[in-house]
Design a protein around this ligand. Structure first.
Ligand code: DON
Length: 623
């Protein structure tokens, strides 16, 4: 493994000695990986100074560097989870094997974000035939749910009231989905993938600063048992950073799934306990039943792909996630502007990218939901001619403001109308993996909000994914909203696990992020950073986040360069309403650079370059 700082801005400081040792290290780990090694790291454009103040940055900021790897990469939100994935790859496991091991540890050490009680979307790249397929492990609404699930006394419940308890809990999908992916692409035995997580659950792990901050910020979790006893002291203050948490119940659950497969989770005593927790909640019971659990199905679906600047084929998750399609739409609109010449973190680029988001989000809100229930005009929405026509609505000197909904080709009989708010809260995680054979996984995994529904069962937390539905079933004109609750339906997501291929069908970029509806913006920003601005993954991830959705408001990340006063004034002069807010991405990804890839990075280096979001605790490791 080679882990060093090689950003152009600091490359001079590295000196010849470091480059020489890098060359030796690259040569030393070259065997068997199928990728040639050469003597010098690639160069990337230099990102403008991020302007971040690490002492005041509200979501935390840990300096990180690009990591250069030869054969394989695991990049994810927690070092223990990353190490579990690397261990599996070294034991001969595939990218899917490693993803399962990473997820099992994340559910323990980053329980605020994802786990057994949640859902996930996985993109898988199969190197042998150069294809991308997607796995849908999204939660479903119970069979007895109606469009009025969140309507009480004729009014939508307040969001926070809806979250805590059983009402918001959808049938968890992650475990069944991982089992399906393992059947298709696993190499190591299923049970082997649980060993490290079981050991850490039994031996204990130290509470990290980020987990502590999430516990400290959460007012509801400490009122719900058994989570309160597990995470908090008797005076209901959070257990301190460094406190060793043991979770024998989680270990026992993992042992059951390891030996009995996903059936041990979806039927029998574990499923019964999940259902009892949901149905017996004292103030906010839910509808999830044992038959919902037993009947849950993970689904394989085709990816949504669209080219960007001709050579990049950007593939993402299709419905019920809006993520892939909305990223492809935003890029398809931006293709009609010279974003590369505008440069990163300029008024011009933030203006036009934000306005492109507005057009894409307007259609997302109108048309996108679970396509098993709603007729989504997907082909029309990502049609190049349609997106070019949409781009002609935009001007460089004036923001479009509140964006109009478009009329994509192929629209037939869709009466869906109206968009609902998507809420953010640290309840999601993204991992990107490539194995030595070149198979890759891009997986975004979530319990929705931080600690999901706050209901803990057998050592893990249950999701609150049903609050990703529109609470109101109809709009003000009484037309049904596409993303309303329906029995068995999957709530619309923004998760955007992404894999970018070159014209030969080889992997060029793997990336994704948490962040609720802003996931689409975080991922698109990073893709533009790497593709148009030739930034390294780390620099692209570090760029100040910004974005817009369906209003005139453009949000700039607090304490980042894009918040600079002159910058905000420049946007206001073009009609943007500027808001400053935390933009808590958790981007983890990598690109391939080398002779097959003239676009990303320069020089003769051939290998993977990985980045991890400094806003979270993640790392990139591998061989
Ligand atoms: O599926 C979705 O789009 C949301 N449930 C994701 C929530 C999220 O990313 C919260 N994050 N930080």
């Amino acid at each position: 493994m080679i882990e060093t700082r090689t950003r152009v801005s600091t490359a001079a400081a590295l000196g010849r000695a470091l480059l020489a040792s890098l060359a030796l290290a690259l040569a030393a780990c070259g065997g068997g990986g199928g990728t040639a090694t050469v003597s010098a790291p690639p160069t990337f454009n230099t990102a403008p100074p991020a302007g971040l103040d690490a002492t005041t940055f509200p979501t935390g900021w840990t300096e990180k560097s690009d990591v250069f790897l030869n054969r394989s990469v695991v990049t994810a939100a927690n070092p223990l989870a990353v190490d579990a994935g690397v261990e599996i790859l070294r034991a001969g496991g595939t990218a899917v094997d490693a993803a399962i091991a990473v997820q099992m540890v994340l559910g323990l050490v980053e329980p605020q974000s994802s786990g057994l009680g949640g859902g996930a979307f996985m993109l898988h790249y199969r190197a042998s035939n150069r294809t991308v397929e997607t796995y849908d492990g999204r939660e479903t609404a119970p069979a007895t749910a109606t469009p009025n699930l969140f309507i009480v006394n004729g009014q939508p419940l307040p969001f926070a009231t809806a979250v805590v308890g059983g009402r918001s809990v959808g049938t968890p999908g992650a475990v069944r989905m991982l089992e399906l992916a393992h059947k298709d692409h696993g190499r190591l035995p299923w049970a082997r993938l649980f060993e490290r997580a079981i050991q850490i659950a039994e031996d204990g792990f130290a509470i990290s600063p980020r987990l502590f901050n999430s516990l400290n910020a959460d007012q509801a979790l400490r009122t719900q048992q058994p989570a309160a006893t597990y995470f908090y002291n008797t005076d209901l203050t959070p257990k301190a950073v460094g406190t060793v948490l043991r979770n024998p119940e989680y270990a026992a659950t993992l042992r059951a799934i390891a030996s009995g497969g996903a059936n041990a989770f979806y039927t029998g005593p574990i499923a019964a306990d999940i259902v009892a927790k949901v149905q017996a909640h004292p103030t906010n019971p839910g509808l999830l039943s044992v038959s919902d659990m037993a009947n849950y199905q993970a689904k394989k679906r085709p990816p949504v792909c669209g080219t960007y600047r001709t050579r990049y084929n950007v593939c993402g998750m299709g419905m019920p996630s809006s993520g892939g399609a909305t990223v492809v739409m935003a890029l398809g609109i931006l293709e009609n502007f010279n974003v590369a010449a505008m440069g990163p973190q300029t008024v011009d680029s933030v203006h036009i990218i934000s306005d492109a988001y507005r057009l894409a989000y307007a259609d997302r809100g109108q048309y996108m939901a679970d396509s098993d229930f709603v007729n989504v005009p997907l082909a029309g929405l990502i049609n190049k001619d349609y997106l070019r026509t949409r781009s002609q609505l935009l001007r460089m000197d004036r923001s479009i403001g509140v964006p109009p909904v478009g009329t994509p080709p192929g629209l037939s009989g869709s009466t869906a109308f109206g968009s609902d708010a998507t809420h953010e809260g640290g309840g999601t995680s993204h991992l990107s993996i490539v194995d030595a054979d070149g198979n890759a996984v891009s997986m975004t995994t979530t319990v929705e909000g931080a600690f999901g529904s706050k209901q803990m069962v057998r050592g893990f937390l249950l999701n609150n994914q049903l609050t990703d539905f529109s609470f109101a079933p109809n709009d003000s004109q009484n037309r049904p909203i596409a993303n309303r609750v329906e029995a068995g339906k999957r709530p619309r997501s923004s998760m955007a696990p992404t894999i970018v291929l070159n014209p030969e069908g080889e992997v060029e970029i793997v990336i994704g992020s948490p962040g609720g509806a802003a996931i689409i913006q975080f991922v698109t920003k990073s893709l533009i950073g790497m593709i148009d601005w030739k930034l390294s993954p780390q620099d692209a991830i570090e760029l100040g986040n910004f974005g817009a959705a369906t209003t005139a408001t453009t949000t700039l990340e607090r304490n980042s360069a894009v918040q600079a006063t002159a910058f905000a004034d420049g946007l206001r002069a073009r009609g943007h309403t500027v808001a400053i807010a935390d933009q808590n991405s958790g981007l983890h990804g990598f690109l391939f650079t080398g002779s097959r890839n003239p676009g990303l990075g320069t020089g003769a280096y051939r290998g993977w370059v990985a980045g991890a979001d400094p806003r979270r605790e993640g790392v990139s490791r591998g061989d």
